[in-house]
Unconditional design. Structure first.
Length: 375
């Protein structure tokens, strides 16, 4: 029999990843069935006197009795929960690589993913942003506006608002690279419009659901996915439709530098239910809210305890910064910095970004062994 898996989110702000009120987005899943979920939810509501006849994680986290109920839920479904947790500003930095850099070398993108260049760009821009590097905030704001409006007329001058005498070299190179490769970026924007996903291009719901389903696909040969109502999911189900009644073994990809599942088998199309009547969705809602609470309230006793519980649940689909990706004493990071410099130089000279790039990466890799930029 197909395994029923329920999904819900917390911290949703759609395409607005710079929202100051919601730093994290969590998408949670629970593998259970209607009977088990109903029995547990009703007992929990009765035990803790929860009002409204429904578990709502955003309300439970606000009072002590509610947090006790959450703790009991996490313990009950330990091993049956998986959560995707994303830091939104870092997720926006990842999107910037996806829509500004990757289209410019898409013909040889495996070279760049293979050395972790996407992680370097995302993390270095995130560090610039959180450290309030001059111009970084303007780049993020302009990029988000570009994707949300798809206004191609400003591409040749994109990120101009970030121009400042105190710009770091990274900010300067990112701005100039984007302006010089405006045509590549324009093509990417047009493809988003053609596929109909442009409106939700920055939203994290689709990617979180997909990676969670791919995880569950390694455990269950057939899945029924039940989701809370979601505009991004309901308006863009194409990739999920291709997984319905999919035969054959599960497939994996090494493109992003580690082996990840990229297929799963849905017994039927995505099912959308109201959380009021779906007990499984209520459980997923509470788990998602607990994840957001745990990562937002760093000094809270419950948050600290929940982080230890939720962290092992949150590998697949999570988008969290990694300071090791910008540690300049690491030769791998030094290589990525040199690759950015080379891409910027080629863009200025109007040269191909991919011709001979594999050989260039090999040369600097060997060179950095004997002559590192920083010891």
């Amino acid at each position: 029999m197909p395994q029923r898996i329920y999904f819900d989110e917390s911290g949703f702000t759609g395409n607005n990843l710079l929202s100051p009120d919601q730093r994290y987005f969590a998408y949670a899943s629970v593998a259970t069935d209607d009977e088990e979920a109903k029995e547990f939810v009703e007992k929990l509501i009765l035990k803790y006197g929860i009002q409204g006849g429904e578990l709502k994680g955003s309300k439970l986290v606000k009072f002590n009795k509610g947090r006790k109920a959450i703790g009991e839920l996490l313990a009950k479904f330990d091993g049956k929960l998986k959560v995707s947790i994303s830091e939104k500003k870092f997720a926006l930095a990842c999107k910037l690589h996806e829509y500004i850099f990757e289209p410019c070398y898409s013909a040889a993108n495996s070279l760049f993913y293979g050395i972790g260049f996407h992680r370097f760009i995302a993390n270095v821009l995130y560090i610039e942003f959180v450290a309030r590097g001059v111009g970084a905030e303007q780049i993020f704001e302009e990029f988000e506006a570009l994707i949300r409006t798809a206004d191609e007329s400003k591409l040749e001058s994109i990120f101009s608002s970030s121009t400042h005498p105190e710009n770091s070299l990274i900010i300067k190179q990112v701005r100039e690279f984007a302006q010089l490769r405006a045509d590549d970026i324009r093509g990417e924007l047009q493809s988003l419009a053609d596929t109909g996903v442009g409106k939700w291009a920055l939203d994290l719901t689709n990617s979180a659901l997909f990676t969670l389903l791919a995880y569950w696909g390694m455990i269950h040969p057939s899945i029924i996915a039940i989701c809370d109502h979601s505009k991004p999911l309901q308006q863009s189900q194409g990739i999920f439709a291709t997984m319905v009644n999919r035969s054959g073994e599960q497939m994996f990809s090494d493109l992003m530098g580690e082996r990840q599942p990229i297929t799963f088998n849905l017994a039927e199309p995505l099912i959308f239910e109201n959380s009021k009547t779906s007990y499984g969705i209520q459980i997923a809602d509470v788990a998602a809210a607990a994840a957001v609470y745990a990562f937002t309230n760093s000094n809270d006793e419950d948050a600290e305890r929940w982080r230890g519980i939720i962290a092992p649940m949150g590998h697949y689909g999570s988008i969290i910064p990694d300071i090791d990706e910008v540690h300049l004493r690491d030769r791998r990071v030094q290589r990525n910095a040199l690759v950015l410099f080379e891409l910027h130089s080629r863009a200025k000279r109007g040269e191909s970004l991919t011709d001979g790039m594999g050989e260039y990466m090999q040369v600097i890799t060997r060179r950095l062994v004997s002559h590192p930029l920083i010891n």
